[in-house]
Design a protein around this ligand. Structure first.
Ligand code: SF4
Ligand code: SF4
Length: 445
């Protein structure tokens, strides 16, 4: 029996949604860029091992990189073309990464399978393997290899599959459109995922601002599928998995624990749709749906775009305003402002949002001292003390932050920074602190 404990979580914020510009627009295909930049690492874990060579002709859908161990996934070609170069290329993280420069042939449309189709009669292990070979990662932005997320550690069990259709990030409407247009893929994906996880039920969690998506899913829900559609309040960051689990199941994921520790497997709704779409065909991810929007974009919309499309080509294709100022990969809350337009779209890119100078309210240069107003405490969904963490970060007391103030529980939602009247860049300080702790740990080993 599904117990709906409450409709939303404690704290959180209500940033302007800005979804109306694109939520009504059907998904369109994006053209192929003349040169695609395809990183071998588009996921958390180890980069894929390159299986092609320079000057080799490539078919669309052909395997370019095979998984390098369990925490790795495959990479496939988004287009027909020729490998111009294998070497370093810019990435969203600011560092150069190894990848494949693919010069595309014009009019590339032909598709091939990457392997054997995987039917619903396959065993859970075979399905997990097919998900890894299809290169499927969390398309909500995390890019965590999906097969690794689904494999419950020994001794742990999953009773509920949580399909995350909350999409709480402002501007982004990709999951919304996928739910409206690919509901059959979602249902097939759920069947695979129920088999893999052993869960007895699936819940599709959707924010109230996407009522039409819930309606269409309810209308077409197969009678024999043990799945329910559950609405949750519209609040940021409702789409964070821990928030959704708490709201829909009344379970609290303890500090340092994961969803599986409360018997839940969480999968983004677009990831679920790709599993349902690709596994029966034996194909890998070659493209993904992204929202291109913001006041700086002329042809706003949701596009199915080839992986590896450079940002520069993307912006030239959709057209930009004369006074474009800032471009984000992902949404403005959890995404990243980008300075280098040669960065490609990867599997983890859920949106490209560009602002005009007029619209983008740049943070004032001046940062004021903390006035102890407590707004950041009221905003933090993880019940952390961002003001105290901010103070410690500025004093470089990173270890104290981690050991006494649960820095690792911060998932960088940015709600605290958003509400701070003193313009303290709290989330940026926390990112610096986490990176510094990681670096120190690496140096020790
Ligand atoms: S960024 Fe971290 S500290 Fe700030 S509100 Fe989000 S979870 Fe809390
Ligand atoms: S919101 Fe800003 S000013 Fe207010 S307590 Fe937090 S850090 Fe201090």
């Amino acid at each position: 029996m599904l117990g709906l404990a409450k409709k939303t979580f404690r704290n959180g914020i209500h940033p302007p949604e800005h979804k109306d510009d694109t939520s009504q627009l059907a998904i369109r295909h994006f053209p192929f860029a003349p040169l695609l930049l395809i990183p071998l690492q588009q996921h958390i874990g180890k980069a894929a091992s390159c299986v092609v060579r320079e000057n080799q002709e490539i078919s669309r859908g052909q395997l370019l990189g095979k998984p390098n161990g369990f925490m790795s996934t495959a990479i496939h070609s988004p287009a027909e073309g020729i490998v111009k170069r294998i070497g370093l290329m810019p990435s969203m993280q600011g560092k150069m990464v190894e990848g494949i420069y693919l010069q595309t042939f014009s009019g590339s449309t032909q598709e091939i399978g990457c392997g054997e189709p995987c039917g619903l009669d396959a065993s859970p292990e075979e399905i997990l393997n097919a998900i890894q070979q299809a290169g499927i990662v969390g398309l909500g932005g995390a890019a965590f290899p999906t097969h690794a997320k689904l494999k419950a550690p020994a001794g742990k069990t999953i009773d509920t599959l949580l399909i995350n259709g909350a999409e709480c990030e402002p501007y982004l409407t990709t999951d919304h459109r996928v739910m409206l247009e690919q509901y059959q893929d979602i249902f097939v994906g759920i069947r695979y995922l129920l088999k893999v996880t052993g869960a007895q039920q699936a819940i599709i969690g959707i924010e109230e601002n996407k009522q039409n998506a819930a309606d269409i899913l309810r209308q077409h829900l197969p009678r024999d599928l043990p799945a329910k559609i559950a609405m949750v309040g519209t609040k940021y960051p409702q789409g964070a998995e821990k928030m959704l689990i708490n709201v829909l199941l009344g379970r609290i994921v303890p500090c340092g624990a994961h969803s599986v520790d409360v018997h839940v497997a969480g999968v983004n709704v677009a990831t679920c749709a790709e599993i349902g779409r690709l596994l029966p065909l034996g194909q890998g991810i070659q493209e993904r749906v992204i929202t291109i929007g913001g006041s700086g974009i002329i042809k706003k919309g949701n596009y199915r775009i080839p992986i590896g499309t450079p940002l520069r080509f993307l912006l030239e294709t959709v057209g930009v305003a004369d006074d474009i100022s800032t471009v984000f990969l992902g949404g403005p809350m959890m995404g990243q402002a980008i300075g280098n337009l040669d960065i490609p779209i990867t599997k983890g890119t859920s949106g490209v949002i560009a602002f005009t100078q007029q619209q983008y309210r740049k943070r004032p240069e001046k940062i004021y001292p903390c006035i102890h107003c407590g707004r950041c405490l009221d905003a933090c969904p993880m019940m952390l003390i961002p003001s105290q963490l901010g103070l410690l970060a500025r004093n470089e007391q990173f270890t104290t932050m981690a050991e006494h103030f649960h820095l690792n529980e911060c998932f960088e939602c940015g709600a605290c920074s958003f509400v701070c009247p003193s313009h303290i860049p709290l989330v940026q300080l926390f990112r610096i602190a986490k990176n510094s702790i990681k670096k120190q740990a690496k140096e020790r080993h």
